[in-house]
Design a protein. Structure first.
Length: 78
């Protein structure tokens, strides 16, 4: 089970899931394949209401925003 699949399973059990990036920074591939595809699967509104991100390093914030916006414009792929 990859990170995105794990998060989807957690969302079946919880209303909100927190991604805490304390002491780490997401790589571009993780941001796209995990966070971006999660946003694509959930849809932008559900992603914004159900996923919380904590301690995202400032340099990574534009990357996360970019992949979420790009992926939510695409057709969802489960």
């Amino acid at each position: 089970m990859d990170a995105r699949e794990y998060l989807l399973s957690m969302l079946r059990e919880h209303d909100v899931v927190v991604l805490d990036f304390e002491n780490s920074a997401p790589t571009p591939s993780f941001a796209d394949e995990c966070v971006g595809r999660l946003a694509q699967t959930l849809g932008f509104g559900s992603f914004k209401s159900r996923i919380r991100m904590a301690n995202v390093p400032s340099p990574a914030k534009p990357l996360i925003k970019h992949v979420v916006m790009r992926r939510t414009r695409e057709v969802a792929v489960p």
